[in-house]
Design a protein around this ligand. Structure first.
Ligand SMILES: Nc1ncnc2c1ncn2[C@@H]1O[C@H](COP(=O)(O)OP(=O)(O)OP(=O)(O)O)[C@@H](O)[C@H]1O
Ligand SMILES: [Mg+2]
Length: 263
């Protein structure tokens, strides 16, 4: 049974999609069977993976009961597009609306070791569905003054999901993104997160670089586009594998991947 990780933040542009995209790449390169789920009507993750825009069925059909999750998997990705906004509205009126994704993924999840879910930038019904389907929550934050506030809000929703719907949910960690450690700004954001959330904060912060936008535009992994920057995510993947059970073989492969990216 797969370990499912929901990547969330209330705020837009904190690097959720880039994180899901890049961690999926790294896990796959470490031979971990990984499913990526796009749960954002913006469909950015599907674009980042360069899936055709008209690919069908998508997660919208899965949530509205018109397709099985297994039918919506294309190249180990369940894509999304704008029709997910409508599906979310429809879902709002249904019994068990928070459990829909969990139920849908139960069977499909048997074929994978890890499922990564890319949430939209809001803490609404889609994110709740991700948190109910998940074993772990990964919160992303942008390295700026209001980072702490944003993470606290996301944390409250994680708590809420745990108390009311998913007692098994745990916090995988908080990842600081778009950091420029030469600035006081970024350093302060990291320190305030560490003071507040301690070891939950990943030691590695993802450095800011325009290369991420370039690699997204070309639908090329940052690992290939700029291996020197990809090293940040390889380090995060190492921390993540240390926090998840059962990935010790993958850690050995990661060490090799890390060596080959620096040579
Ligand atoms: N480390 C980084 N440095 C600079 N730019 C980055 C970095 N990571 C991501 N970006 C860019 O910032 C933008 C937002 O990133 P991304 O789409 O991953 O965030 P998001 O949290 O998923 O956004 P949304 O909330 O809209 O879904 C994209 O253009 C992306 O290419
Ligand atoms: Mg996104």
């Amino acid at each position: 049974m797969a370990q499912t990780i929901a990547v969330l933040s209330q705020k837009g542009g904190t690097g959720k999609t880039t994180t899901v995209r890049t961690l999926t790449d790294i896990l796959r390169r470490c031979e971990v069977r990984t499913l990526a789920v796009d749960l954002d009507p913006q469909g950015n993750l599907s674009d980042y993976f360069d899936l055709p825009t008209d690919v069908q069925p998508t997660v919208a059909e899965v949530l509205s009961g018109r397709a099985k999750a297994s039918e919506a998997i294309h190249e180990d990705i369940i894509p999304a597009n704008l029709s997910l906004a409508e599906a979310e509205l429809m879902l709002g009126g249904k019994m068990g609306r928070e459990m829909t994704l969990k139920r849908a993924l139960a069977k499909a999840g048997e074929d994978y070791e890890v499922i990564l879910i890319d949430c939209p930038p809001s803490l609404g019904l889609l994110t709740i569905n991700a948190l109910v389907a998940a074993d772990q929550a990964l919160i992303t934050a942008e390295a700026q003054y209001f980072a702490l506030q944003g993470v606290e809000q996301a944390m409250e929703v994680v708590e809420l999901a745990r108390e009311s719907l998913n007692p098994e949910l745990s916090l995988l960690g908080v990842l600081l993104n778009l950091a420029d450690m030469r600035t006081v700004h970024s350093r302060e954001a990291l320190v305030s997160l560490q003071e507040r959330f301690g070891e939950a904060v990943f030691e590695t912060a993802i450095r800011a670089s325009i290369a991420y936008a370039e690699s997204a535009e070309r639908a090329t992994s940052i690992l290939d586009h700029r291996p020197d920057l990809g090293a940040d995510y390889i380090a995060v993947a190492g921390e993540l594998m240390g926090r998840l059970p059962g990935l010790s073989d993958a850690r050995k492969r990661l060490a090799r991947l890390s060596q080959s990216s620096t040579t």
